[in-house]
Design a protein around this ligand. Structure first.
Ligand SMILES: [Fe+2]
Ligand SMILES: [Fe+2]
Length: 191
């Protein structure tokens, strides 16, 4: 991983340590797969990687509760944007990019409020949303979400298969779509 992203991660990790129990695993996995997607799809990583690394830092500063609750969704995006701005300034990230990254952090979960077009109109935000969703089918994300959603393995598979994400926010790249299907297939084999 590029040195600048390691620096951002080092600062962000201090917040994730105070966030949700799954957050360190969530971001570690996401950085790895985001780099893979950028390579496969020839995507510019200078916006996607900081977005991936910083998007959930705000969970450190909101009440510990079910992250699916809408007021908590809203609050963690607001807190994440403030912290992201501070961290990016600390590593002297290019100012024009900081503005775009902070904006994306502040709206990254707006699908939960019925906004789906923002992901279709922006390849970076769309690819980010793909990865944030794919996490739920990964070896560590799947059990973490089972716990949050209080579901057993079979119920969790059913939850994923009935989610409207693929319809309302179609995968932005072939690579993220393939990743999702592969992870889901692997989870099904575990039942
Ligand atoms: Fe989030
Ligand atoms: Fe996330």
């Amino acid at each position: 991983m590029k040195k600048i992203y390691s620096e951002i991660w080092k600062l962000a990790k201090l917040y994730y340590e105070k966030g949700r129990p799954m957050d360190i695993d969530h971001i570690k996995w996401m950085m790895k797969d985001a780099i893979f997607v950028c390579e496969q799809e020839n995507l510019d990583d200078s916006l996607l990687l900081p977005l991936v690394i910083l998007h959930d830092v705000g969970y450190a500063e909101v009440p510990k509760d079910n992250p699916f609750k809408l007021d908590l969704r809203e609050a963690h995006m607001r807190a994440s944007a403030i912290i992201a701005k501070r961290i990016l300034a600390e590593v002297s990230y290019p100012k024009d990019k900081v503005k775009r990254i902070v904006r994306m952090v502040s709206i990254h979960d707006n699908w939960a409020f019925g906004e789906n077009d923002i992901y279709k109109d922006d390849l970076v935000l769309g690819t980010f949303n793909d990865l944030d969703y794919v996490w739920m089918a990964t070896p560590k994300g799947f059990p973490a979400l089972m716990k949050i959603l209080k579901k057993n393995r079979a119920q969790m598979i059913e939850y994923l298969e009935n989610d409207d994400k693929p319809k309302s926010r179609p995968f932005s790249t072939e690579t993220t779509k393939k990743l999702y299907l592969k992870y889901l297939e692997d989870r099904k084999k575990e039942i």
